[in-house]
Design a protein around this ligand. Structure first.
Ligand code: SF4
Length: 433
């Protein structure tokens, strides 16, 4: 996942899956009021407390060189507990930072030459501009929106988000966004408001309309989100106000799958590899960075869907690198069961955990017959905030089993951890009967 922002902005916005924990430690990080407000998410200068220490999230402005990726892995080990994550939105997270290590992170990331966006982010696909199936290159539009919205930042919600999707294979339809832009009819863009299709406009009007929509949100102050605006006005009124041409409903797109080999418009390939449970140990990440360097990769880009894209390879080299990545424990097959499972750090990494989430996840995924599974060490649900078919949650009394819910939902059953597999088997048999 890439993000486009103007270089001169002063704030950091993140809009990813919530990662649990409450307090943040911004006090000595910056005195900029705006930055403090938008630092409500776990940005580099404002890491967030979680059960395994402080967590910092970063979304590099530019793709990473293999040396930068290796440097980030080293920092994860030196300043944190060595666990690096790529989130569902394609953002990097370093976990388990100590109170001594966290304040050094921003400077250390700077020293790697990694530029972290400081402005209003407009998110684009990790393959934006390289994907031959894109209907348009979303980056110029995203940059214009980002620049146009810069002055609105102090009045916008910390998690206000804009996604600009050129309509390629790695589309961003699964991401929640206040405003979405995707390919419409010829030379048109489809505007989505709180993920609801609102209407089409010519591509060249996109930046002005999106900035005007953001301004309407900003007028309502920093708590306002597009879903509130829709409830207040109704979609028809917004359609009329912004001259969005109604469109017939479109069929949902098949999910984007970053894992695999992607042909690029410059004749090279990108190898997409997944992180099991969205996490990797620093040592494996460093070994991957070294392998990417040796393979002559142009860059590495975190991608939405808990993946990394290694870009600029020949097909032969990409296949060899895929084997290497698989040996390091990365997911190289989109059909891998772990792609259907969300699991947080769990025991022993997180002090709040009541479960060994990763071991449990593998056992339950094997029983789940392709259902989406979320295994959460406690009710915070750091790994995935949305409901899934089957959730297992660690509780003081044992393991809670939730059907079509989240770790915070009322469990259908609570069982001892030792009896979990049997209880899940029984429950699913009943469902399938
Ligand atoms: S146990 Fe899991 S969900 Fe709970 S705080 Fe720790 S990482 Fe988050």
């Amino acid at each position: 996942m890439s993000v486009v922002t103007p270089a001169t902005d002063v704030t950091t916005a993140t809009n990813d899956v919530a990662t649990g924990g409450a307090g943040n430690v911004t006090e000595n990080a910056t005195s900029d009021v705006t930055r403090l407000r938008r630092g409500a998410c776990p940005s580099l200068p404002a890491p967030m407390q979680t059960g395994d220490g402080l967590l910092a999230r970063l979304q590099p402005l530019q793709p990473l060189t293999s040396e930068q990726l290796s440097g980030l892995a080293r920092l994860a080990r030196e300043l944190g507990n060595g666990i690096v994550e790529v989130t569902a939105r394609g953002k990097l997270q370093l976990r388990g930072l100590t109170t001594a290590g966290a304040p050094r992170l921003s400077e250390a990331v700077d020293a790697l030459g990694t530029v972290v966006p400081q402005g209003f982010p407009a998110e684009v696909s990790a393959l934006a501009g390289l994907d031959p199936t894109e209907r348009f290159d979303p980056r110029p539009l995203a940059r214009a929106i980002s620049e146009g919205a810069a002055d609105l930042i102090p009045s916008l919600a910390p998690k206000a988000s804009v996604v600009v999707d050129g309509g390629g294979a790695l589309h961003l339809a699964a991401l929640k966004a206040d405003i979405g832009v995707t390919a419409g009819g010829e030379d048109n863009a489809l505007i989505l408001l709180a993920n609801r299709p609102a209407g089409e406009i010519p591509l060249d009007r996109v930046p002005a309309i999106v900035v005007a929509l953001l301004a309407k949100l900003a007028e309502r102050g920093p708590a306002a989100r597009m879903a509130n605006l829709l409830m207040e006005h109704g979609i028809e009124a917004l359609r009329a106000e912004f001259a969005l041409a109604p469109i017939p409903p479109a069929a949902p797109r098949p999910p984007a799958e970053p894992v695999g080999l992607h042909a690029l418009n410059d004749g090279t390939f990108a190898l997409g590899i997944g992180l099991a449970f969205g996490q990797v140990e620093a040592e494996a990440l460093q070994a991957l960075a070294e392998a990417a360097r040796a393979a002559g990769a142009r860059h590495v880009e975190p991608a939405s869907g808990r993946a990394l894209l290694i870009v600029g390879l020949s097909q032969e080299v990409a296949n060899a690198l895929k084997n290497k990545a698989s040996g390091l424990g990365f997911i190289t097959d989109p059909a891998d069961l772990r792609r259907r499972v969300y699991a947080c750090a769990g025991q022993p990494a997180c002090a709040s955990a009541r479960l060994d989430t990763h071991a449990t996840a593998m056992r339950i995924a094997a029983l789940a017959k392709g259902r989406e599974v979320h295994v959460s060490g406690c009710i915070k649900g750091c790994a995935h905030p949305a409901p899934v078919a089957l959730t297992i949650v660690g509780l003081d009394e044992g393991a809670g089993i939730v059907v079509e819910g989240t770790p915070r939902s009322a469990p259908a059953r609570v069982v001892p951890v030792s009896g979990l597999a049997q209880a899940v088997r029984e429950l699913l048999e009943k469902e399938d009967a």
